[in-house]
Write a protein that binds this ligand. Structure first.
Ligand SMILES: Nc1nc2c(ncn2[C@@H]2O[C@H](COP(=O)(O)OP(=O)(O)OP(=O)(O)O)[C@@H](O)[C@H]2O)c(=O)[nH]1
Ligand SMILES: [Mg+2]
Length: 228
């Protein structure tokens, strides 16, 4: 997919303040500093579209960016920067939780994981939460330029094994680097494919009579509906 335009639309402090739900949305989430804003800029091919910082917690609002006038990238605040809570629950703000669980135009959540770390409790809890709430997601392992490919493969395998203990979800998995552009074309191809599916399922754009074959293509085995 070619990116012809990428424009900042708005920042919202809550679900109620989000723009009208019209365009299909792809959201980035993950622990603070994992590389959400950087990855969004890489996909959009615009260096300063979303704010990148060495200091965790830079993104505090739900930020919407309109791509090619037809779909949106959504940069979410990072979770888990608050000190480990006594209740041992995932720390992410109400706006993010509401957005992820109630936004009708959300097509896919990209859950970003730092490829250099062993499976983190926080990330495992978060993907478990996505699964139990039946929110379609994909795993994106970031910063793969910082280590040998074998280390990244091991980290992905370990995360998958740890995840399998608490969920049946089998999300698509990507490896990315914003410095080498690894994974950019794969992610964009995946989004393009999701947009095609979206067109077929959206009652406003779908042809009146869908053929059996096109109906088959709208079934997404990764939606994780077997989850409790
Ligand atoms: N080497 C390398 N550095 C990266 C990569 N992605 C992000 N970074 C760096 O990691 C730091 C954090 O990146 P951000 O994109 O701001 O991370 P974020 O997840 O949006 O952070 P918050 O908004 O604070 O939650 C920055 O210093 C980036 O330059 C990558 O693929 N490779
Ligand atoms: Mg950010």
């Amino acid at each position: 997919m070619k990116i012809k335009s990428a424009l900042f639309a708005t920042s919202s402090p809550s679900l109620a303040a989000c723009p009208r739900a019209v365009l299909p949305e792809f959201a980035f989430i993950g622990r603070s500093n994992v590389g959400k804003s950087s990855l969004l800029n890489l996909l959009a091919e615009k260096k300063d579209l979303a704010l990148v910082s060495d200091l965790p917690g830079k993104t505090k609002l739900i930020n919407f960016f309109t791509i090619n006038n037809t779909w949106s990238l959504v940069d979410l605040p990072g979770y888990g920067y608050a000190k480990v809570s006594k209740t041992d629950r995932i720390e992410f703000n109400t706006a993010v939780r509401d957005y992820l669980s109630q936004r009708p135009t959300l097509q896919r959540v990209f859950a970003l994981i730092d490829s250099r770390l062993p499976p983190q409790e926080m990330d495992l809890k978060f993907v478990h939460w996505l699964g139990t709430n039946e929110i379609p997601f994909a795993l994106v392992f970031t910063k793969v330029d910082k280590q040998a490919a074998q280390h990244t493969r091991n980290a992905m395998e370990k995360f998958k094994q740890a995840m399998a203990k608490s969920t049946d979800a089998q999300p698509p998995i990507f490896a990315t680097s914003t410095t080498t552009k690894t994974g950019r074309s794969e992610l964009l191809a995946f989004i393009a494919q999701s947009l095609t599916t979206h067109k077929q399922t959206n009652p406003f754009t779908a042809p009146r009579m869908m053929s059996e074959t096109s109906r088959e293509t709208v079934v997404d085995p990764e939606d994780g509906d077997e989850l409790e």
